[in-house]
Design a protein around this ligand. Sequence first.
Ligand SMILES: [Zn+2]
Ligand SMILES: [Zn+2]
Ligand SMILES: [Zn+2]
Length: 255
Amino acid sequence: MKITFLGTGTSQGIPVIGCDCEVCVSENPQDKRFRTAVMISINGKNIVIDVGPDFRQQMLQNNIIDVDSVLITHEHNDHIIGLDDVRPFNFRYQKDMPIYCTTMVMNSLRSRFAYAFLENPYPGSPRFNLREIDAETPFEVAGQKIIPIEVIHGKMPVLGFRFDDFTYITDAKTIAPESLEKIKGSKVLVLNALRKEEHHSHFSLDEALNFIEIVQPERAYLTHISHRMGLSADINKTLPSNVSIAYDGLKLETD
Ligand SMILES: [Zn+2]
Ligand SMILES: [Zn+2]
Ligand SMILES: [Zn+2]
């Protein structure tokens, strides 16, 4: 299984438009972040988790010519609004894009992309094949078992996903004990950490590190980073040896 970080930034991305803080003006490519998304390549198929506003650039920069399916964590704009750009895959492969998501996300997609769900959509509209999942029931995509894990984002339920020993969680602020049980034993954990200061709906750096300490994965990567986190090179020096800040384009192999 191969994991490619397509984006590791919070909802405004980095640089933030008009900001001249040291992170936004940094020339280190690891301080430039598209909105958070990841691709899992397995059994010759690419599964993308979240399709934010940078999806088109993420596909181009990583030379991705096919996406088998999409999983959506939650319906916030930075995780869904790029879905119009699945059209090249609709056209090239003559298929409706399978999108695995909860009922709540589905309802949101039907209203935010209403033009794609008309009885006679405008020719050239994106074509989605919505597939309902829930927080309790494992499902299979491309021959791979995926365990959904509910985490809480302020008040909103969000899904994380576990693929064998790899667990991906974004936009969490609270993780209940039942969900922790599903995460335990992961060798590689990706977890959101917004910045050093606390936030009402995202883990701060300390909160994320505390959670990693409980799970004790071999490796952990932080994602959904704000420019207020600081320079990635500076933060990396302060982290435990098994934790690092993810960056756009980072690739991992698991066995
Ligand atoms: Zn900034
Ligand atoms: Zn969110
Ligand atoms: Zn987000």
